[in-house]
Design a protein around this ligand. Structure first.
Ligand SMILES: Cc1cc2nc3c(=O)[nH]c(=O)nc-3n(C[C@H](O)[C@H](O)[C@H](O)COP(=O)(O)O)c2cc1C
Length: 538
């Protein structure tokens, strides 16, 4: 037997490519390309992925035929059953083997009939099937010339089977990219040595199929709002400006799904805004705008919950996944024109939790826009602490040009006030957070809010942006919440409670307060300590 196997090109330990044919439990013939190895004169091992039908059939039937061929079309139609008429292998391809209950491929150059001696299947994704050789049939055949296109085409088919298996796995996208590069190289060889041939036809069909798998990939992104708890340095005379603190919350959310398409098409909420965001992404990364985006939920805009950054990052992250753009969240934020002053929204998008950012570098008396404000402190927010959040139906907070104008018109904050904020953060708020001391955390937060709000009073008409916000905050304090604040430019305001039960009581009181006045939304939410949820699937 060894001589016969050696004559067929086998040698101990060498992996050779073959097509393994088996019957399924209904007696239908199946065949799939598999690498096999000769262990000794009597034994060959096959290493099928445990997800393959071949593996199942080997387990059930305990036998197979190892078909020897270098015909790329046979490899192609057995690796991808969907390329066959009606998506199944024709029975005509097979005839019954002589010594085992398995089919063999009629057009193969040689057949090795085997029975399964032992299967090793530990926890890995591939099993090792030890087979005993029963019969070797190798009809005499004229030698054939070696054409590089044969090997290149079969190589491309192997890689494509992995692309198909992995293209919907978010963690395997680098691997998929590498496989696609290798397939492209194989295509180059085929085009060079065998243009307009059966090999180039297989390659063209393969590439079409790969494109269609990738087009089917869908990306789901869910992110959530943040509460901005204050800016730190509105003076900027020591080389950095802004800096801020904030926390990701679980609700409200941006939820969207995206997939590749023939053109840019947006459905659901905020269609025009999302189209513009997607176009910005495509222009920035010089990619043709070909995607379908369905926006299921958005965060109310211009109320202080950071909706713009979350929506922009949700769109950019989904498209980056779809089009294999390797960029960090901070890079995506800058590409999308976010993080102009604060890095809080971007950091909580990525990892949730409580964040302090270190502001922007100042050059020539202005913040440098192209640098990202680095997070200088980040930790999960206590799981039990709960916010009661109110969005009164009053005028919206400042945004875009009005926000820029407000920043430009305000005088610099005094160094003493900045110092006071820094001290409150360093020696009251952060230690209290680490020790989960809600009372001290809340006191520091409330004090910081008053200092920052007083600075912004000329731009927003008071320490807080509206009368309702001011009264609502006063009511929350009277009711005994541990800390209060207006998120960003408001009008959203919030109170910090020890737990959900306490927050629910506050929620009812604030709802009654709003219903007696301007109306609005009130809800309770905990911190989001995880950041964005991304799912990729086919
Ligand atoms: C040349 C070549 C070698 C391959 N080797 C293996 C292998 O050793 N093990 C395996 O599980 N899949 C291998 N594959 C991939 C399978 O053939 C492919 O996943 C096939 O669709 C499985 O079909 P089945 O589910 O009918 O068994 C190979 C593919 C090619 C083109």
């Amino acid at each position: 037997m060894t001589e016969k196997l050696a004559a067929l090109g086998f040698s101990k330990g060498l992996i050779v490519e073959t097509i393994v044919s088996t019957y399924d439990s209904n007696g239908r013939p199946n065949a799939a390309p598999m690498g096999v190895t000769m262990e000794n004169a009597q034994q060959i091992t096959i290493k099928p992925y445990i997800t393959t039908l071949t593996y199942k059939n080997l387990q059930q039937q305990k036998c197979a035929v190892i078909n020897i061929t270098s015909n790329p079309e046979l490899y192609y139609c057995t690796a991808f059953k969907e390329v066959n008429p009606a998506g199944i292998l024709s029975q005509e391809l097979f005839e019954k083997a002589e010594t085992v209950n398995a089919p063999k491929l009629r057009t193969a150059d040689a057949h090795i009939e085997v029975s399964v001696a032992k299967i090793d299947a530990d926890k890995s994704e591939r099993a090792t099937v030890h087979c005993k050789v029963r019969l070797i049939k190798s009809p005499r055949k004229l030698p054939t010339v070696y054409c590089r296109a044969t090997a290149a085409t079969i190589e491309a088919i192997i890689h494509a089977t992995r692309v198909k298996a992995l293209c919907n796995d978010e963690n395997e996208q680098e691997h998929v990219k590498e496989l696609l590069r290798m397939i492209e190289n194989c295509g180059d060889i085929v085009n060079r040595v065998a243009p307009n041939s059966r090999y180039s036809e297989v390659m063209a069909d393969l590439n079409k199929r790969i494109k269609s798998w990738r087009e089917k990939v869908k990306v789901y992104v869910k992110t959530s709002a943040r509460l901005h708890m204050g800016l730190i340095d509105l003076n900027g005379n020591i080389g950095r400006i802004f800096g801020g603190l904030g926390v990701g919350i679980k609700y409200p959310n941006v939820i969207l799904e995206a997939q590749q398409a023939e053109a840019l098409c947006v459905t659901g909420e905020k269609i025009e805004q999302v189209k513009a965001l997607a176009q910005r992404f495509f222009d920035f990364y010089r990619i043709k705008a070909k995607a379908k985006i369905h926006v299921k939920q958005t965060i109310p805009e211009h109320v202080g919950l950071g909706s713009g950054t979350q929506l922009a990052l949700a769109v950019a992250t989904a498209l980056a996944k779809l089009f294999n753009v390797k960029a960090s969240t901070a890079e995506l934020a800058l590409a999308m024109g976010r993080a102009k002053r604060s890095g809080i929204g971007t950091t909580v998008f990525e990892k949730g939790g409580f964040v302090v950012d270190g502001g922007k570098t100042v050059k020539n008396n202005a913040a440098v826009t192209e640098c990202f404000p680095p997070p200088i402190f980040h930790m999960p927010f206590p799981e039990k602490w709960t916010f009661v959040v109110a969005i009164p139906n009053t005028k919206k907070g400042l945004s875009k040009d009005a926000e820029i104008a407000a920043f430009n018109q305000l005088p610099p904050m005094s160094a003493e006030k900045v110092g006071e904020i820094c001290r409150l953060i360093m020696l009251k708020l952060l230690p209290a957070l680490v020790e989960q001391d809600i009372k001290s955390f809340g006191e520091a937060l409330t004090q910081i809010q008053i200092i920052v709000g007083t600075h912004f009073a000329p731009a927003q008409g008071g320490t807080y942006s509206s009368e309702t916000t001011t009264e609502g905050i006063r009511l929350l304090q009277k009711l005994g919440v541990h800390g209060v604040g207006q998120s960003s430019w408001g009008p959203t305001f919030y109170g910090l409670c020890q737990n959900e039960k306490e927050a629910e009581v506050m929620q009812e009181k604030i709802r009654a307060f709003l219903n007696n006045g301007v109306g609005g939304q009130v809800f309770t939410t905990k911190a989001n300590n995880k950041g964005v949820t991304i799912r990729v699937w086919c």
